[in-house]
Write a protein that binds this ligand. Structure first.
Ligand code: ATP
Ligand code: MG
Length: 757
């Protein structure tokens, strides 16, 4: 059977254009991922060796699904395709080449927790205020420096970065970055950003290695190209430089990782980098009903910064988009749970046909409770990973030390866990001694008697001996035997076994689960190397979703919108559509940030195949206090013809009687045509710290008596502006204000939070 018959002419064109640079920038659901999948199958059918194909996806899960589909066309050969996320593919390559850049092959991958813990120690050693040097912000700054390929040395030489840090009161960031990089190096560890940064270093400094991989990867494909950062962009560019058989697919309207350094410019640059690029347009959305596609188009049209695209659906018109209003997050959960039950019964659907998407993980709680109450099975994606649980990380820290005793975060974690009489003071002594002599922590531990006396020397020395014995054992034993031995002899199993509390039992079960997983790995027949070191290689890159034991279980899926990228579900709920939640409060400082939130909403809407349901609550607990909420501006941006408002008013407040449209109409008057919209801000390259958001203190609903035309005002969200008109009668006065950054808006004064300046 000709499997290419499942493609439309443009898709087929892109699949058959196997040689030379190819780019597809097209709307959601238009078959971009399908094109990549078919393209790989087609290449293999044409005789290309799967080992010569590299496909970069955004999640491990996406890679797995793609591989399975390809396998169904070309058979088991598909196993040999190089396919995975940037991080997992390049971690694999770095394992082979690490020694060339001064790292051990068994280098540790520091996860976010390790990175933060290391940064905290450095801040402490440098006596820096951890409020000013907030660890997340410091991490963000270092991360973006790396993603822009700025080394610590370059960072410290860069006057613009230094000036920016100084103006933020964080003049020592350069030094922190330098120390952090040195510590990682000393520990034989790479953090997530290093996996890309060091790959660039490797390919840059070692032409022979670059040459090898350029010839290895004869065909390159990248899905979700809009979310690549500079570091990823450069790796792809370097690898593709010889054959130029590179195909990228993406959608600028779905770029949602700018906050992590992703750069839409990579799409625009592609045409410049490869002047001979063949561009294919995909305009038909096969995923969603016409109503959903129209709604999505109406939202994204509000963004100025986008490539022109035409997206249509030939599917049925479909049901209108239901909008529900709740008075609290718990009630919102209840409404969603009831609607799921109803829809499921009415349309004979399965639970797995439903997805609930939210902006922040914190919103899952109310949803979970409501689903549990009426026994709806659900699965949360992207939540705390199994591998992030304390007990799992503890045991894994022993594994890490076994293969890389220089791993300082692992060492600090378990040197006295389970307790073996090595107190904090002793650990501090070890750290100080290491710094003094420029040794590694492990050097001190392994030679404890030279650096300390009596009991400390005995207990630290004993710990060192134990790790050495694990190392010796690991050389000749299977992954499972090694892991079991370590679990027993480290004392972890006993420690957890003796804890008879419910939590203790659960922790013990988790360890069992990990060991079972390792047993399965030890018995795999499809791979040659089955030592614990091999099992450990990717573990830091695994997420909860990769640990999914039963991917076909009939459960409702719950996840953040960020994790829903690329996925599709027959029925989708987007919950929490409220100002300051979605769009997020942190994204209201500039048009650029707001546009990213809107793209996120676009991603959410376009996950739905048949039916989309939206909801918001008029009050919600956040950070422990009950807040009144306004409906999201995104609700107003949806084409009203696509909506079906389902309001059962529970409060008699006049502001609510007209639904979100009545409530928000004054907020959302579109700028009049006579004022040209401000140009979108250029992409920032140096400003890489998240901005502090404006505190809301000082803003109160304005005093209408005082406000006059010509006055200058500051609005809580819109910033500075000038009053150009006032109209309406007492209590309903509308002010037309020209805002410096946003242009003209009409506000209903009784709701507007203005300050006269
Ligand atoms: P996103 O932007 O959300 O990642 P996408 O462009 O990658 O979307 P796909 O996921 O590849 O889109 O396709 C969307 C849906 O449409 C899938 O279910 C896919 O199987 C289906 N589809 C794509 N092209 C066709 C086609 N020619 N015929 C039938 N179904 C198609
Ligand atoms: Mg896709």
């Amino acid at each position: 059977m000709d499997f290419l018959a499942g493609l439309n002419p443009s898709q087929r064109g892109a699949v058959e254009q196997t040689d030379g640079p190819v780019m597809i920038v097209a709307g959601a659901g238009s078959g971009k991922t399908r094109v990549i999948t078919y393209r790989v199958a087609h290449l293999i059918q044409k005789g290309v060796d799967p080992f010569h194909i590299l496909v970069l996806t955004f999640t491990n899960k996406a890679a797995k699904e793609m591989r399975n589909r390809i396998m169904s066309v070309v058979g088991a050969e598909a196993k040999n395709i190089w396919m995975g996320t940037f991080h997992s593919v390049f971690a694999k390559i770095l394992r082979v080449e690490a020694e060339l850049i001064g790292y051990p092959r068994n280098f540790t991958i520091y996860d976010t927790d390790d990175t933060k813990s290391l940064l905290r120690s450095i801040l402490k050693e440098m006596n820096l205020d951890d409020k000013l040097y907030n660890v997340n912000q410091v991490y963000g700054r270092i991360s973006q420096a790396k993603n822009n390929l700025i080394s610590p040395q370059e960072y410290n030489k860069n006057e613009a970065l230094k000036a920016e840090d100084i103006s933020n009161g964080r003049g020592q960031l350069g030094e922190i970055y330098m120390t952090y990089a040195q510590r990682c190096y000393r520990a034989g560890a790479m953090d997530f950003d290093d996996l890309l940064f060091k790959t660039n270093v490797l390919l840059n400094k070692h032409p022979e290695v670059l040459h090898k991989y350029q010839h290895q990867f004869k065909y390159l494909m990248v899905d979700e190209y809009q979310d690549t950062n500079f570091s990823q962009y450069l790796i792809v560019k370097r690898l593709a430089a010889v054959n130029e058989n590179i195909c990228v697919v993406g959608d600028d309207a779905q770029s949602i990782y700018a906050f992590r350094g992703a750069n839409i410019q990579n799409i625009l640059n592609f045409q410049k980098d490869y002047p001979t690029v063949q561009v294919f347009k995909l305009e038909q959305n096969y995923r969603s009903t016409q109503t959903i596609v129209n709604a999505a188009n109406s939202v994204i049209a509000n963004n100025q910064n986008q490539l022109e695209k035409n997206v249509f659906s030939d599917n049925e018109e479909g049901e209108k988009i239901k909008v529900s209003r709740a008075f609290s997050d718990n009630e919102e959960g209840k409404i969603v749970a009831e609607l799921i039950s109803q829809e499921k019964a009415l349309k004979s659907l399965n639970y797995k046909d439903f997805a609930i998407l939210y902006r922040t993980n914190a919103q899952s709680r109310a949803m979970e409770e409501a689903l549990r109450k009426i026994n709806i099975p659900y699965k949360i994606y992207g939540g705390t990973s199994f591998y992030q649980r304390k007990e799992i990380k503890d045991l894994i820290a022993y594994f890490r030390l076994t293969f890389n005793p220089n791993d300082e975060e692992a060492l600090k974690r378990v040197i006295n866990y389970p307790r073996r009489g090595i107190g904090d003071t002793t650990v501090e002594k070890i750290v100080i001694a290491a710094d003094q002599h420029q040794y590694r922590l492990w050097d001190i531990v392994a030679n404890a008697q030279m650096f300390m006396d009596g009991r400390s020397a005995a207990s630290v020395g004993g710990f060192g001996q134990m790790i050495l014995s694990f190392q010796a054992l690991a050389k000749t034993n299977s992954a499972f035997d090694t892991a079991m031995h370590i679990a027993q002899h480290s004392g972890i199993l006993k420690e957890l076994y003796e804890d008879k509390s419910v939590e203790g039992l659960t922790r013990y079960e988790h360890i069992q689960e990990l060991l079972n997983g390792i047993k399965e790995f030890s018995e795999r027949e499809d791979i040659e190397e089955r030592g614990l070191d091999v099992y450990m290689q990717d573990i830091a890159l695994l997420t909860n979703d990769d640990n999914d034991k039963d991917p076909n279980a009939d459960t409702v899926s719950m996840m953040t919108i960020h994790s829903s990228k690329g996925l599709e579900f027959p029925v989708v709920f987007i919950v929490g559509l409220e100002e300051n939640l979605f769009p997020s409060q942190l994204a209201l400082n500039s048009r650029t940030e707001l546009e990213e939130e809107r793209r996120l909403f676009y991603v959410a809407v376009t996950r739905a195949e048949k039916k989309l349901l939206l909801s918001y609550a008029t009050s919600r607990y956040r950070w422990g206090t009950l807040n009144n909420c306004e409906p999201s501006r995104f609700l107003d941006e949806l084409n009203p013809a696509c909506l079906d408002l389902d309001f059962k008013p529970r409060q008699s407040s006049s502001a609510e009687s007209g639904g979100f449209q009545g409530e928000r109409i004054a907020w959302q008057q579109k700028e009049t045509d006579s004022f040209s919209k401000p140009k979108p801000k250029p992409f920032k390259t140096t400003s890489i710290l998240p901005k502090a958001h404006t505190p809301s203190a000082g803003f109160t609903p304005s005093d209408t008596n005082n406000l006059q035309v010509g006055m200058e005002v500051e609005h809580e969200r819109f910033g500075f502006g000038k009053v150009v008109n006032l109209e309406g009668s007492k209590g309903e006065v509308k002010a037309t204000i020209f805002f410096k950054d946003l242009g003209q808006k009409q506000l209903l004064l009784k709701f507007a939070k203005l300050r006269i300046i």
